[in-house]
Design a protein around this ligand. Structure first.
Ligand SMILES: Cc1ncc(COP(=O)(O)O)c(C=O)c1O
Length: 421
């Protein structure tokens, strides 16, 4: 494969089949190099109009009449669109609550569906909120329940064989992030799901860092349960509600542990005893946050329009470009690659380790107009969101990293972690 770094970023942008999608987003400051779409995606232009319609027409004019007319079906309707991105059927996905709450609900339900099995297997690369929710689920289920967190030797991945070896007849649930939030390692969903099933365990996937940026086929992988957020590569906005997936053939064994009226078969009968709705709707709890929910749809539509295969192709090329440039420009300055070198095992961000990582990230934001993010203890994450990230931005980020370290600009910044990065 010819090296991408031998081509100019302008030429790569000109030849990019997705280049037109950038103008579908609000880009107020073209001088800003935004490489944090893996944390909070940009605002789709269409979302501004959609929110105005929901506020002015549906809420302002329609008032409560908009519940039956426009809002009640939104969790399933948007869930149905997300289903197309993750290899699921419409009746298997619904939008509700936050990722963490959905994880808790499905973890408790998964444990209760596996009587006699008391262990959850996960790994140290998982997002901490997942670990906290799994531990809370285990505590709720009883003193015998435990969460085993497998360590990662290199901080990048846990080998599939080590995971398979940890799963046994005591395992109720295996829960992993499809793409690890720090290293960007992409797990082999089909192989790990098969290893879990071989021991009679269920598998629950966190799709936060893969949905909307790479093809996911839950059906082909035989996945049982999944959750994911909508504010990263789906561009749903800060705190937009998350989605959950329950395999159709498992739905009669999965009981929502946080019952509420929106998951009831007939909420407006106000019965004193809960009768769960049929299918995926039973996983709803309370009133959906309509404004944030409606804001998700334009971003999902953009991903569907661009096509997930084309998005993945560009994402792999762009992360490869970053790594090729890192090899030349950044290795001599003390940076280390903390993501997989092989594109097929990589999600859509590249993590670079540096002893001064936090101060470098601060200088990038403050002095260079480059926004990455920082993950303790020393990782700078460069997120590639193929719908709007340009090669020119990637090159600017590499040059900014080089200047900040070469000229010691980071020395002006504190190394104490505080607030959101
Ligand atoms: C992989 C992963 N899982 C879970 C979460 C937590 O999501 P939420 O805050 O929506 O509960 C995040 C947040 O960034 C995440 O990256």
């Amino acid at each position: 494969m010819p090296e991408l770094r031998s081509l100019s970023p302008n030429r790569l942008d000109r030849d990019d089949p997705l280049v037109g999608f950038r103008s579908r987003f609000v880009v107020d400051d073209p001088g800003l190099c935004y490489l944090d779409g893996n944390s909070l995606g940009r605002l789709p232009a269409e979302t501004v109009a959609r929110i105005q319609t929901v506020v002015n027409e549906e809420w302002g004019r329609g008032l409560v009449r908009s519940w039956p007319a426009a809002w009640v079906e939104l969790p399933e309707r948007i869930g149905g669109k997300i289903a197309r991105l993750i290899g699921a059927d419409a009746g298997e996905v619904i939008v509700a609550d936050s990722t963490t709450v959905n994880l808790f609900k499905l973890a408790v339900a998964g444990l209760r569906a596996q009587p006699g099995r008391t262990r959850i297997i996960t790994d140290a690369l998982n997002f901490p909120s997942d670990l906290y929710a799994l531990q809370a689920a285990a505590r709720l289920c009883g003193p015998d329940y435990e969460v085993e967190i497998l360590d990662s030797v290199d901080g990048i991945s846990v080998p599939a064989e080590a995971l398979a070896a940890a799963i046994d007849e005591r395992t109720a649930l295996v829960e992993l992030s499809h793409v690890a939030f720090k290293s960007g390692h992409l797990y082999d969903m089909a192989a790990i799901s098969a290893a879990a099933h071989a021991q009679g365990a269920l598998v629950l996937w966190d799709l936060c860092h893969s949905v909307g940026v790479l093809p996911i086929d839950l059906r082909a992988a035989g996945a049982d349960l999944a959750i994911g957020c909508t504010y990263k590569y789906l561009n749903g906005g800060p705190g937009s509600p998350a989605f959950l997936f329950v395999r159709e053939t498992l739905q009669d064994r999965i009981e929502n542990p946080i019952n509420g009226w929106f998951g009831d078969a007939q909420p407006f009968e106000f019965a004193l005893d809960h009768r769960p709705a049929k299918g995926i709707r039973s996983l709803l709890t309370g009133t959906p946050p309509v404004l944030s929910l409606a804001a998700i749809e334009p971003g999902v539509d953009l991903v569907l329009e661009a096509g997930i295969e084309r998005i993945r192709e560009k994402s792999m090329r762009q992360t490869r470009y970053l790594i090729e440039r890192f090899d030349v420009e950044l290795v001599p300055l003390g940076f280390e690659l903390r993501s997989p070198r092989e594109a097929e095992w990589r999600g859509s961000h590249v993590s670079l380790g540096h002893a001064e990582g936090l101060r470098i990230a601060r200088a990038l934001i403050d002095r260079m107009g480059v926004i990455p993010d920082f993950r303790a203890p020393d990782n700078i994450r460069l997120g590639v969101a193929p719908l709007y990230t340009s090669y020119e931005e990637l090159e600017r980020a590499v040059q900014a990293l080089r200047v900040v370290v070469r000229d010691g600009l980071y020395a002006d910044y504190s190394a104490t972690l505080a607030g959101v990065t």
